[in-house]
Design a protein around this ligand. Structure first.
Ligand SMILES: [Zn+2]
Length: 344
């Protein structure tokens, strides 16, 4: 049994390294999902204690009404008129899985906590900030990586299988679309499930990196807080004295700085990614926005470009969005309540 566990642990880690060194970036995203599933069980079993100390996670959806029959009819007609849809998804799609968003009134991170995500420039220039980031992320990872897709994500995966989704771009970094089975996906802001060296482009799955952290911190003593709040990026609160003892593993290939393959606040989405997404978008018949306030320019730019090219746009989001005036159809309701009432 011990030998089996050892073999499973290291073969999965080794496999993930080989896969990430040899695969293209696009296929990496798919491989990372399967590799992460392979390692997922081990981390859950290692961190059973953590599962019980988090607060309840069913409270991140803002208050809202059921969608009206007339709004649903308009949206159904929109889908019937446009067989090949480009979908843009935001944090509102993950809140039904228990992951809070940043901006929702009353329940998002900005409304409930003084904590703010790390800025890209700070992560680059300060080893202390990187130590703080990775220590907190290390503790939050077993919980964050265990979130499962909700009904919205499974419905979208089903729509893709039926050929109704030309492409989907998400602003979320939680890999839930891949977990639900979608494949025609661009993760606009990257994924917390992958780690990248900033010097040599060495890549590793986040689960495999967790093992590297485990090994570098065998002597790290830690009293786990009694209650840890869920955060949109898996961050948790840790005492600064505890963080001082935390060891951040360097890149095993060149000794450089490792960073989640995520576009941090203050950084930009690579231009090549934007162009690829625009190309996919213009091939589609229409655009459907789900669960995004569109406050962040990186997402807003697509709807702005779509509108200027006279693409038809529908938006499903609780509350208003920055682009409501650009949409032909706007439904203010929970995405799951809307999607499950539509037929494609
Ligand atoms: Zn490196």
């Amino acid at each position: 049994m011990i030998l089996f566990c050892f073999t499973q642990k290291y073969s999965a880690c080794f496999l993930s390294k080989i896969l990430f060194r040899t695969a293209t970036r696009k296929s990496c995203a798919k491989l990372s999902f399967y590799t992460s599933r392979l390692l997922h069980k081990r981390h859950l079993s290692q961190n059973k204690g953590l599962q019980s100390v988090y607060a309840q996670n069913d409270r991140f959806i803002p208050l809202c009404s059921d969608p009206s029959a007339s709004d649903l009819a308009k949206l159904q007609n929109f889908l019937d008129m446009h067989p090949s849809i480009f979908v843009l998804t935001g944090a509102g799609l993950s809140t039904e899985s228990g992951i809070p968003d940043y901006r929702s009134e009353g329940v998002g991170l900005y409304a409930t906590s003084p904590n703010r995500p790390v800025q890209y420039v700070d992560f680059l220039k300060s080893s202390q900030i990187r130590q703080r980031y990775w220590a907190r992320n290390y503790i939050g990872w077993p919980r964050f990586s265990s979130f499962q897709p909700n009904r919205c994500l499974y419905i979208l995966s089903d729509w893709e299988r039926k050929g109704r989704i030309h492409w989907l771009v998400t602003q979320n970094v939680d890999a839930l679309h891949y977990k639900a089975g979608s494949q025609r996906v661009t993760e606009l802001h990257g994924s917390t499930h992958r780690v990248l060296c900033l010097s040599c482009n060495y890549r590793i799955t986040r689960h495999a990196f967790q093992t590297m952290i485990d090994e570098a911190n065998r002597n790290w003593s830690l009293d786990i807080p009694t209650v840890m709040a869920d955060r949109p990026d898996g961050d948790v609160d840790l005492d600064s004295d505890v963080i001082k003892e935390f060891v951040v593993p360097p890149c095993p290939s060149c000794g450089g700085i490792l960073k989640p393959e995520v576009t941090f606040f203050g950084d930009n989405v690579p231009k090549t990614v934007v162009h690829e997404v625009l190309e996919k978008m213009f091939q589609a018949d229409a655009m459907l926005v789900l669960g995004s306030s569109l406050e962040v320019y990186s997402g807003f730019r697509f709807i702005h470009r779509a509108h200027s090219h006279e693409m038809k746009i529908a938006i499903v989001n609780i509350g208003s969005t920055r682009a409501d005036n650009l949409a032909e159809v706007k439904v203010s309701a929970k995405c799951g309540d809307v999607l499950q009432r539509l037929s494609v």
